[in-house]
Design a protein around this ligand. Structure first.
Ligand SMILES: [Zn+2]
Length: 287
């Protein structure tokens, strides 16, 4: 009966000259500050969130992330093959962030000397180049993710951090404490964008590209075990836990970034478990 009814509606739509493209938007994940959202809209060709463009695959799948300090609403626009544009205003739930006081940090890493400026600039430039890289030909992000190292979480994503009493930027990833030398695994299949570096803050790091502007970041390594351009599989050893850069002890700083916006990395592990729901557009227009 239901099939007959569906068919009847299809035929009616066709008779009215409308395509059965059923432009429904599905979003999976929590619309909350610091989260990763996966979306699906049949026949979508372009997706923008607050004017920023996100890559869409041939089946209409895409990702976007909500920044730690995202506003109360974001505007999502979808362009479809037939030239229709749908606009959505999505509410973003506020997150609460802990204050984390960290003592015993080498003072020079808290208040750098003039002589450190060039090194800090080198780090910023290299990291920015990696995290602004958008490769639409890699779809490794669709293969899923796993935890890069087992250990106690010693610092959450988003913490407001105070080093030796000095307020600093919010924490851009999750710290996982583990013994020096513990193998660090690739959280997912990807291509190495950056390896090593011995940077002022990050120490030795690896950045993996999973495609569509999604990268994972591994900092403070004792040693990186991969080279730029290497293809790695989920679970491959990419480095060893260390205490290089701005640290007080050995741990892995695990970060995740989409289009150069950091989000809570554990959201990657929850991609298959996320609640999905459909949304109706607030308005439609034509190209
Ligand atoms: Zn960290």
């Amino acid at each position: 009966m239901r099939n007959n009814l569906t068919c009847l509606i299809c035929n009616l739509l066709l008779a009215m000259g409308m395509t059965a493209s059923a432009q429904a938007l599905e979003l999976c994940g929590t619309l909350k500050q610091g989260e990763l959202i996966s979306g699906h809209a049949f026949n979508a060709t372009e997706v923008t969130v607050d004017g920023k463009s996100y890559t869409v695959d041939a089946d209409g799948r895409f990702l976007f992330s909500l920044a730690r300090d995202a506003a109360k609403n974001v505007k999502l626009s979808i362009v479809y093959q037939d030239g229709t544009i749908e606009n959505y205003v999505l509410p973003v739930a506020e997150n609460t962030w802990d204050i984390q006081r960290i003592e015993g940090v080498e003072q020079r890493k808290v208040t750098p000397a003039k002589a450190d400026e060039a090194e800090i600039l080198r780090e910023q430039k290299d990291v920015r180049a990696a995290l602004t890289s958008i490769n639409p030909d890699i779809q490794d992000w669709q293969k899923g993710f796993e935890l890069p190292v087992e250990g106690v979480i010693s610092g959450n994503f988003g913490n407001q951090r105070i080093f030796n009493g000095v307020p600093k930027n919010p924490h851009s990833g999750t710290d996982i404490a583990a013994a020096e030398g513990t193998p660090v695994k690739a959280a997912g299949d990807g291509v190495v964008l950056l390896s090593g570096g011995n940077y002022f803050y990050s120490g030795n790091m690896v950045i993996l590209d999973h495609g569509y502007g999604l990268q994972t970041i591994y900092m403070h390594l004792k040693e990186a075990k991969v080279a730029k351009g290497d293809h790695v599989k989920k679970g491959d050893i990419i480095g060893l836990v260390g205490k290089t850069g701005r640290v007080t002890g050995p741990h892995l700083h695990w970060g995740a970034s989409l289009n150069n916006v950091r989000f809570r990395p554990h959201a990657l592990l929850e991609m298959d478990l996320k609640q999905c729901r459909q949304y109706l557009p607030d308005n439609k227009e034509r190209l």
